[in-house]
Design a protein around this ligand. Structure first.
Ligand SMILES: *Cc1c(COP(=O)(O)O)cnc(C)c1O
Length: 404
C-alpha cells in the first residue's frame, strides 16, 4: 500500500468538501487582548482583533495570574517531574485541588492534564467499573464525553438534546436498581444554549442515576463565585460529578473533576488517564489557582461579560445578521455552507483584521456551518463598531443569508 498517497487522498477529500482546517498563526499580546499579531501565509505580520477566543474573560493576561505563574516558575522550575504518584505531585497541585473543591463546594477535586482527559478518564473509569452501568448521554455531548463512554464499553443510550421527558422515558425502561449515569453539559458551546439542570437532576434522582455535568463553558462565568450554571441555579450540591477546564474562562490549561472524596479517590486510584500521565507544570497549577480565586471575587467581570454578549447579539440582529438563539455568552452567526463560511472568515481576516474561525462539520452538523463570536469583557464598543461594519460588508458581498 502507498501510505503517503492514502494520507494525501484523505486530506484532499476534506479540501473538496471545503472543510480542510487552516490554523491562524497568532502571537497573543499580554496586556493588549483581544489584539494579537497574525502571521499570514506570506510571512507578513499584522495586528488583528480576536473574536473567537475561549479565553472568555481575558484571564490569560490577568496580571495576578501572570505573577503567580512567574513566582511558581522561579521557585519550582519548568516541569512537575513525573506522574502524580512518582514524584510529580507538587504543592501547587494540592492547593489547586483545594481551590477547586471550594469553588464547587465539594469534598474533593482531582486535577487532570486537560478537560478532554478529565471527561475521557472519569467517564471511562466510572462507567467501566460500576457493575452493569447504563450510560444515558445527551445527543449534543462533546467528543471527550463520547470517547470516554465508548472506551468504557458500557451500554449507552442517547437522549434528545436537553429533552427531559425523553431522558425520563429512557431511564424508565430499566429497573430502578440498575446502575445508571446521565452525562450532559451546562452550556453547549456551539449553539450557546443551556441545559435544564434542575429538571435533569430531578429525573436522575427519580431513577437513582448518577449525574455527570460538563461545565467547561460555564466555570468562571456563571454563578456568584464562578462555580458554573449549577451554582447559578442552586443545583451544585446535587450533581454527582462536576467536570471543568482551566483552559477557557480561567485562561490557563488543565482539567478536573469535583465530587465526593470517595469518587475523586476512586478516579485517582483507577483512572488510567490520571495514573499514567505526567502532571501539569507547577506554574500552570499556580496560575490556574490564582485565576479561580480572582474570578470568585469579581462578579462584576461576569456582569460585564454578559452585557457585552447581549449587546453584540442585539447589534447584529438589528443589522439583519442571522444570530442563532443563544441564551449564553456565545454569539453564533448562521452561514449554512462550509465554503461560504470559510470565505467569510477569510475576508474578515484579510480585509478587516478581524479573526473569527469558521465552524464546520464535524464540530457542528452539515448545513449549520457558522461563525462563532465570543465577546469578552475586554471587547470595547469601538471593537463592536468595527466588527459590525466589517460583517455587513462581507454579508452583502458574499450574498449571505439575512435574519428572517
Ligand atoms: C473544550 C471542551 C472540553 C475539553 O477541555 P480542554 O481543557 O480544552 O481539553 C470538554 N468539554 C467541552 C464541552 C469542551 O468544549
Amino acid at each position: 500500500m502507498d501510505y503517503q498517497a492514502f494520507f494525501e487522498d484523505k486530506i484532499g477529500a476534506l479540501r473538496t468538501e471545503g472543510r480542510y482546517r487552516v490554523f491562524a498563526d497568532l502571537e497573543r499580546k499580554a496586556g493588549a487582548f483581544p489584539r494579537a499579531r497574525f502571521h499570514d501565509a506570506d510571512g507578513k505580520v499584522r495586528e488583528i482583533t480576536v473574536w473567537c477566543s475561549n479565553d472568555y474573560m481575558g484571564m490569560g493576561q490577568n496580571q495576578m495570574v501572570i505573577d503567580a505563574m512567574h513566582e511558581a516558575l522561579d521557585r519550582c522550575g519548568a516541569g512537575a517531574g513525573g506522574t502524580r504518584n512518582i514524584s510529580g505531585t507538587n504543592h501547587y497541585h494540592v492547593l489547586l485541588e483545594q481551590e477547586l473543591a471550594d469553588l464547587h463546594q465539594t469534598e474533593s477535586a482531582l486535577l487532570l492534564g486537560s478537560g478532554w482527559m478529565a471527561n475521557m478518564t472519569a467517564l471511562s473509569t466510572v462507567c467501566a467499573l460500576v457493575p452493569d452501568c447504563l450510560v444515558v448521554s445527551d445527543a449534543k455531548n462533546h467528543n471527550s464525553m463520547i470517547e470516554g463512554i465508548r472506551h468504557s464499553k458500557a451500554e449507552k443510550r442517547i437522549f434528545k438534546h436537553n429533552d427531559v421527558a425523553d431522558l425520563d422515558a429512557i431511564l424508565g425502561q430499566y429497573p430502578k436498581d440498575r446502575a445508571k449515569l446521565v452525562a450532559f453539559e451546562s452550556v453547549y458551546s456551539m449553539d450557546g444554549n443551556i441545559s435544564p439542570i434542575k429538571e435533569i437532576l430531578d429525573v436522575c434522582e427519580k431513577h437513582n442515576a448518577m449525574s455527570f455535568l460538563d461545565e467547561v463553558h460555564a466555570v468562571g462565568m456563571y454563578g456568584h463565585r464562578g462555580g458554573g450554571v449549577a451554582e447559578r441555579d442552586g443545583q451544585m450540591h446535587r450533581v454527582t460529578i462536576i467536570q471543568g477546564t482551566l483552559a477557557k474562562a480561567f485562561g490557563v490549561v488543565g482539567g478536573y473533576i469535583a465530587g465526593t472524596a470517595a469518587l475523586c479517590d476512586f478516579v485517582r486510584s483507577y483512572g488510567a488517564g490520571f495514573i499514567f500521565s505526567s502532571s501539569l507544570p507547577p506554574a500552570v497549577a499556580a496560575g490556574a489557582r490564582a485565576s479561580i480565586a480572582f474570578l470568585k471575587e469579581h462578579n462584576e467581570l461576569r456582569e460585564r461579560h454578559q452585557e457585552r454578549a447581549a449587546t453584540l447579539k442585539r447589534r447584529l440582529t438589528e443589522a439583519g445578521i442571522p444570530v442563532l438563539p443563544s441564551v449564553s455568552h456565545i454569539v453564533p452567526v448562521f452561514v449554512g455552507d462550509p465554503v461560504l463560511c470559510k470565505q467569510a472568515s477569510d475576508m474578515l481576516m484579510a480585509e478587516h483584521d478581524i479573526y473569527v474561525q469558521p465552524i464546520n462539520y464535524p464540530t457542528v452538523d452539515r448545513g449549520t456551518e457558522r461563525l462563532r463570536f465570543t465577546p469578552t469583557p475586554l471587547h470595547t464598543d469601538a471593537d463592536m463598531d468595527h466588527l459590525l461594519a466589517a460583517i455587513k460588508d462581507v454579508w452583502s458581498r458574499l450574498g449571505l443569508k439575512q435574519a428572517a
